[in-house]
Structure formats: C-alpha cells, structure tokens
Ligand binder design. Structure first.
Ligand code: DGL
Length: 275
C-alpha cells in the first residue's frame, strides 16, 4: 500500500475506469493514484439502484480507509445511481472534508458546449439510461437541449472479452448506433456515457456520419479534476504527489493485470482486496 500517502482514489466496477485513469495520469502525473476495480461484482450496469449504491459506498469507505481524501467515481453507473446520495447523506457523516466526484457533470458541460443543433445522444448501460441522470443533468444546465438515449447492454461484455472487432461484436455496435440515430435525426453530439466505451470509439465511428461529435470522457474528466484542484487548494494540498500508482481488484489478480495492461498500454502489478 502507499504508506502515509493520500492518493487520489479512482473507482470503477471493473476495467472501464482505467480509460479515465489513463487521462488522469497524463494530465496530473505528479499525483499518487489508487485504482480499485470491483471486478468480482461487475457488471454494475444491470443492477438495481440499491445494489449499486451499496457496492459503491463500500468501495468509497475502503478507499477512504486507505488514505484517499478525494475519490473519482470513474463509472457512469455508480455516478448515476450512488454519487448524489453519497455526497449528500454519507459524506457528512463519514468526513465532511473528504470528497467524492463523478463523471456525468463534466461530460454534460462538454455536450452543451459542443452541440450546435441542440440535439444530443447518450450511450450507456441499462442502469445509467434508466436512471435518467444525463437528461436530468442536461435539463439543469441546458434546458434547450433535446436528449435521446440508447442502452447498450452488450458493449461492456464485448470490451471485457475483446470481441468488439469481430462480426458478432460489430453487429451489436451498429445496431445500437442505428437505434440511437433513428430516435432523432438532428443529433450532432453523442457522449460515450460508460467508461468502457472509449475502447470502442473507432468502431462506433464507423457507423456515424463524420459530422457527429463523439465524446469520450477521459480527457474531460481529467481536465475537470485539474481545474477542481486549482479551485480547491485546501484539497490539493491533501493529495500526495510522488507519482505512485496502485491497483486493487476484488477478483483474480492475474486476469486483472493482463486486461488492465491492455487498457493502459503498459504492464502493471495489482493486488487482491476484499472488504
Ligand atoms: N464502467 C461502467 C460505467 O461507466 C459500466 C460497467 C458495468 O456495467 O459495470 O457505467
């Protein structure tokens, strides 16, 4: 473990959050990061509100107990179903000085800034789409924008099993994109509202007109965190900066190391954790 350090915690149900971590490491390389993937209980995308909330809160408490002062929920499903309750109900009791941030708000800000037609699309897990978190957040910030959503339940398994460039994989990607576009022909901006989906970006683009903006969240979340740390010096000084990274998984270490290395394009060592 990172002794006497206060790494920034990055949590996902599994591997998807690594697409966010990748960009965080580019934008904020000097900080320590502690990544936790709840691979044993992934996917979260098909689970109920209560289950996702319970699992996410357990992970947050675990990361706090390991020294994190600030945690990024690098998972749309957890951000959609657990973030608000954790921020409003749990954090004041656990420690009002600690912070948990999500990935939906910064993505919505980007959507709003990019769309010209004011018609946008959201691709996500069943859980994220059903929660209506994107339409609600968009309505708050940009009430003039029309939103349509499409749940893509096959996409996370396609990524995790490396099947997305096969004809079977492409069938599902094409089908979901066509479904989304058929709901609103004026869409000019689409967010990949699941942290696994940036891996599919090139495949998704095959089925989109060139004029459509496709937003992956990693860079946006990284820039938004950098800005947050600038605006909150009291939190910035509490995040340790030794450039260290640690990886924890609730499932098999070997398969985590193998798959995570593919997501991050470098070899890494992970440790098993149960809580
Ligand atoms: N990475 C998660 C997200 O961003 C989805 C994966 C899962 O279903 O567990 O929603």
């Amino acid at each position: 473990m990172i002794d006497n350090k206060q790494p920034i915690g990055v949590f996902d149900s599994g591997y998807g959050g690594l697409t966010i971590l990748n960009e965080l490491l580019k934008e904020l390389p000097e900080y320590d990061f502690l990544y936790l993937g709840d691979n044993a209980r992934s996917p979260y995308g098909t689970r109920s509100y209560d289950v996702v909330y319970d699992y996410t809160l357990q992970a947050v408490e675990q990361l706090f107990s390991m020294g994190c002062e600030l945690i990024i929920l690098a998972c749309n499903t957890a951000s959609a179903k657990a973030l608000r309750t954790i921020q409003q109900k749990d954090l004041p009791k656990i420690d009002p000085n600690k912070r948990v941030l999500g990935v939906i708000r910064p993505s919505v800000e980007k959507l709003g800034a990019l769309t010209q037609t004011k018609h946008v699309g959201v691709l996500g897990t069943v859980g994220t789409v059903r929660s209506n978190s994107y339409p609600m957040e968009i309505e708050k910030l940009y009430p003039e924008i029309e939103v349509v959503q499409e749940a893509c339940p096959m996409w996370v398994p396609l990524v995790e099993n490396n099947e997305f460039t096969t004809s079977g994989g492409r069938y599902f990607i094409k089908k979901n994109i066509e479904n989304l576009l058929s709901k609103d022909s004026q869409i000019d901006t689409i967010v990949l509202g699941c942290t696994h989906y940036p891996i599919l970006k090139d495949e998704v683009k095959r089925y989109l007109p060139n004029s459509v903006n496709l937003i992956a969240q990693g860079e946006i979340v990284a820039k938004s965190l950098k800005d947050y740390l600038k605006r909150h010096p009291e939190m910035e000084v509490r995040c340790s900066k030794n450039g260290e990274r640690e990886f924890l998984t609730t499932e098999f270490v070997d398969s985590f190391e193998e798959k995570a290395s593919r997501f991050l394009n470098k070899n890494l060592k992970a440790q098993h954790i149960s809580y």
